[in-house]
Design a binder for this molecule. Structure first.
Ligand code: FE2
Length: 322
């Protein structure tokens, strides 16, 4: 089906158009606060302003007319309430205007499904790493099961928080990754509980090390420590599940150092690592549209009255029928 997907769970207004499993367009505009984290109301104002131009661009680049769209989808959760509502209202309006069905999609599920589909992986072990999430996931029967996860903050937030403490204007992981290339190792707290992870002790110590250590060394050690923790927990999950494919997805998946570390760990297990293009790892509308298509084909339907914004929504709450 020709499906449009609207993503607005946090700082990105994303609109994507897909036809079946083929991505026709994937446009986005991202709110970048200069010196702070995301302020929900300011982010929601930004998303409201960006909805129409991003929608126009996405439809224009898809080569379709708005009237060709057969299914409308949006991010139902998890996310910031005020931001989710922007996409929800936009999607409801579009679905009514076009008189087509509507589906709300779990954001984490969409990250997984686009990575899994575009890489043509059957049943991989999934490592999902973004600002607010860090989870090791596996599909079992009709549900994604979270085998391990962060017990406090997400890997992306950990890295961004250190970036902000360094006074970086846009505390992007890619900037930290670049600075880290010239660093040397200094010991930092390492905390793995079975297959779960704890990052706040590492964050506090990395921030305090900034006072009397080179920032290159702090960035390098932060990455090495946090990624080693994740790799250790992932290897445990891999040894248990014996999967031969592994998918790395979410905003932090673009980090080359993390990719190398996971790949080195997976090789002796006969497991291959798959990572999609950056535009599909960042928050985007195409992943929502593609997942909605999988859901619709499997018979999932949603009434307009069932469409809502759900701030807390885990990936293991969704029944996977496809
Ligand atoms: Fe995301």
């Amino acid at each position: 089906m020709k499906c449009i997907g609207i993503e607005s769970s946090a700082h990105t207004m994303g609109v994507g158009v897909v036809d079946g499993r083929r991505v026709l367009s994937n446009e986005r505009s991202t709110y970048k606060p200069r010196y702070s984290g995301i302020h929900p109301r300011k982010a929601a104002d930004f998303l409201s302003r960006e909805f129409e131009p991003v929608l126009k661009k996405a439809v224009g680049k898809s080569g379709l007319e708005l009237e060709d769209i057969e299914l409308v989808s949006f991010t139902m959760g998890p996310g910031l309430g005020a931001c989710l509502k922007v996409g929800l209202i936009g999607a409801k309006m579009l679905a009514q205007m076009l008189d087509v069905p509507i589906l709300g999609v779990n954001h984490a599920l969409a990250h997984i499904e686009i990575a899994r589909t575009l890489n043509e992986c059957k049943n991989p072990l999934v490592v999902y790493v973004s600002g607010g999430n860090t989870q090791i996931i596996v599909l079992e029967k009709d549900r994604y099961r979270v085998m391990g996860e962060t017990l406090d903050i997400g890997l992306g937030n950990l890295i961004d928080s250190v970036g902000r403490s360094m006074g970086l204007k846009h505390a992007h992981g890619s900037v930290i990754e670049e600075i880290a290339k010239k660093g040397r190792y200094i010991p930092l707290p390492y905390s793995v509980k079975g297959m779960d992870l704890v990052f706040t002790g590492l964050l506090t110590e990395a921030q305090s090390k900034l006072e009397n250590h080179r920032r290159e060394d702090v960035c390098y050690s932060l990455q090495e420590t946090a990624f080693s923790m994740l790799v250790e927990a992932t290897e445990r999950a891999l040894a248990l599940t014996k999967r031969k494919e592994m998918v790395l997805c979410g905003g932090v998946a673009q980090n080359r150092r993390l990719q190398v570390m996971l790949r080195v760990m997976a090789k002796p297990h006969g497991c291959k690592l798959f990572v999609t293009e950056g535009q599909f790892n960042a928050d985007n509308g195409a992943m929502i549209a593609l997942t909605a298509n999988l859901m619709y084909e499997a018979g999932v339907r949603m009434k307009l009255s069932e469409c809502k914004a759900v701030q807390k929504m885990r990936v293991d709450e969704v029944e996977v029928k496809w």
